[in-house]
Design a protein around this ligand. Structure first.
Ligand SMILES: [Zn+2]
Ligand SMILES: [Zn+2]
Length: 280
């Protein structure tokens, strides 16, 4: 859950470039580069602030093979602290990309209490306990059912994640389009319900440029969902979902342009799980 900092004067802190709040570390076994290298790359790219957000551990370490283990959580935080010490002139936030699955709420609360996070990203990758729909090794699952069934399940979980109050913003809100299995039915009402829930719960969404690097060749979420989010008044955060230092801040100008075109005039930065708007 996030709450806005008092902003009595109405003047917003200047921020030339949106912070990049979504990047990984080798602890998740499918990313390269330490947080200090991501920070160096971000500085070269002209960013003023980043947040590290690797995949959180599950209750059971054998749940899957693409996240840090439970024992990695403290070393992960130490890696981020080291980056902060290496770059005292640069703002580096401590984040985490947390998987939302129904029934995992107590575990997520436990993780949330363990470190002074600047923000928690709530991400849905799993539409069942065994299917992470963005996993290229499980593409055959897509062929077993109509896309609408999967998209509906996905968006329902997004809505539950938003309503849970556990997260500061929701990651890549239409990840279900990654491999281009598009439903014939219109999912607009489901996405609208998700966005209205997010607005009510005070949870932001992320514009995630990684979609441009996937089969769908489009940022997450789509321009139509972003426009609906702006109309409803949902907060916005920017993320590259970098899995290598060179991807930090990737396609940033296009993301800012898309956000503005969608109707956003402000976006959010986070510290200590509190948000503060800045002008776009
Ligand atoms: Zn993700
Ligand atoms: Zn990610």
């Amino acid at each position: 859950m996030s709450c806005a900092l008092p902003n009595g004067s109405g003047s917003l802190p200047p921020m030339a470039v949106p912070p990049d709040y979504h990047m990984h570390t080798p602890l998740c076994h499918h990313a390269v580069g330490e947080p200090t290298e991501y920070a160096a790359s971000a500085k070269r790219a002209g960013l003023e602030e980043i947040g590290i957000s690797d995949h959180s551990p599950m209750m059971r370490d054998d749940f899957d093979d693409w996240r840090m283990s439970r024992d990695d959580l403290d070393p992960y935080v130490e890696k981020v602290r080291r980056a902060q010490r290496d770059h005292p002139d640069f703002r580096i936030r401590l984040g985490l990309e947390v998987d939302y699955l129904p029934g995992h709420e107590d575990w997520i609360r436990e993780i949330a209490a363990r470190h002074p996070w600047d923000y928690l990203i709530g991400s849905v990758h799993y539409v069942s306990d065994s299917w992470d729909l963005d996993n290229p090794k499980k593409l055959s699952e897509w062929k077993k059912r109509p896309p609408f069934e999967v998209w509906s399940a996905y968006i329902n979980r997004l809505t539950q994640a938003a309503a849970s109050g556990l997260f500061d913003f929701i990651g890549h809100a239409d990840l279900c389009k990654k491999f281009c299995y598009y439903p014939e039915q219109d999912c607009t009402p489901l996405f609208r319900h998700f966005l209205e829930t997010a607005k009510r719960a005070g949870v932001a969404i992320e514009i995630n440029t990684a979609g441009l690097r996937k089969d769908c060749k489009e940022m997450y979420p789509s321009p139509a969902i972003l426009a609906m989010a702006a109309e409803i008044g949902v907060g916005l955060v920017f993320g590259s979902d970098a899995h290598a230092p060179g991807e930090v801040g990737m396609d940033w100008a296009a993301a800012v342009e898309l956000a503005r075109r969608s109707g956003f005039t402000h976006a959010l930065r986070f510290q200590g799980r509190r948000s503060e708007p800045y002008a776009l």
